[in-house]
Design a protein around this ligand. Structure first.
Ligand code: ZN
Length: 300
């Protein structure tokens, strides 16, 4: 822990010197360990703040105003575009003198952004070999670097000066640490197959205020370059989120329901005019399967 912290501080120091935007240094220790462990941790006697902490100079944080001055090292989707919020309309300059672009890794796409059979795939999968370098797409500051057992495995989230965030999942090794300033093209980790992944690949997401947008809107994954210099985002870019939240049918005509406390298959079936047997068939479960609160159940 102590070693990791000192490395993190050094990296930030060096990066800060390398670019004029990052002028301040860290004031307090920050949490650089995976936060999944519930054990309280302290470094050098200081309290480690885990959620919504602003433990380092706030002038380092890119686009604070766009993000309600939050800097959350735990939660990917905070703050979040609310489904149906039609006031979301923004034009972002993707590259400026202080923010260039570098392709995260140059392999072919193995799975695109969009609806898969049962769920929304909110990123793009790029083929790679375990150990291949993964590069920061734009300049920015690392917000999250942690391990997520059931999902992204080792992953990193960077907030960029252009207002977007990018996520890099299933890494075999994390190199960048939270609060580290980073330039486009810097190696932030090594590709791998950790978390919920079959076969080594990079799961790459582009987000605005906690919601994924289609990376193809701004990036050419065949040319390995940016398509446009600035991007207009509005609520139509997050339409899938609204559908997902409201339970409206997705483009494949399926309907999903999020399981709540007190639900039973019989109850859900009654609400959606379907039978318990059909619910079991649609979801590959039996009548005796325990319904886990928060999980999605296909009802049509
Ligand atoms: Zn993926």
């Amino acid at each position: 822990m102590k070693l990791a912290l000192s490395i993190g501080l050094t990296l930030v120091g060096l990066s800060a010197m390398a670019q004029p935007l990052a002028i301040a240094s860290l004031q307090e220790p920050v949490s650089v360990e995976p936060i999944d462990s519930m054990a309280p941790a302290a470094a050098d006697g200081a309290e480690v703040k885990y959620v919504n902490y602003l433990a380092f100079d706030t002038s380092l944080i890119p686009c604070s105003d766009l993000y309600d001055y939050s800097w959350d090292s735990l939660h990917l989707d905070q703050p979040k575009v609310q489904p149906g919020d039609t006031s979301v309309a923004v034009t972002l300059s993707l590259v400026e003198s202080e923010c260039s672009y570098h392709h995260p890794c140059n392999g072919p796409i193995t799975s695109n952004f969009g609806w898969r059979r049962y769920r929304m795939h909110k990123g793009i999968d790029i083929d790679l070999h375990t150990g291949d370098s993964v590069y920061a797409a734009f300049d920015g500051v690392v917000r999250i670097a942690k391990y997520n057992y059931g999902g992204f495995g080792h992953y990193i989230v960077i907030r960029h000066y252009n207002g977007l965030e990018t996520l890099y999942g299933h890494l075999s090794k994390r190199i960048a640490v939270p609060n580290q300033t980073i330039k486009a093209g810097e190696v932030i980790g090594l590709g791998g197959n950790t978390g919920r992944s079959t076969g080594s690949h990079l799961h790459f997401e582009v987000l605005y205020r906690g919601c994924q947008i289609n990376p193809n809107k701004i990036i050419s994954f065949t040319e390995h370059s940016l398509k446009i210099d600035s991007v207009d985002l509005d609520i139509t870019d997050f339409k899938y989120t609204a559908k997902y939240a409201s339970g409206a049918p997705n483009p494949n005509g399926m309907l999903y329901y999020r399981i709540r406390s007190g639900d039973s298959l019989w109850r859900i079936g009654k609400r959606y005019g379907t039978s318990v047997d059909r619910l079991c068939r649609l979801n590959g479960i039996s009548r005796n399967t325990t319904l886990r609160i928060g999980r999605r159940l296909r009802v049509r």
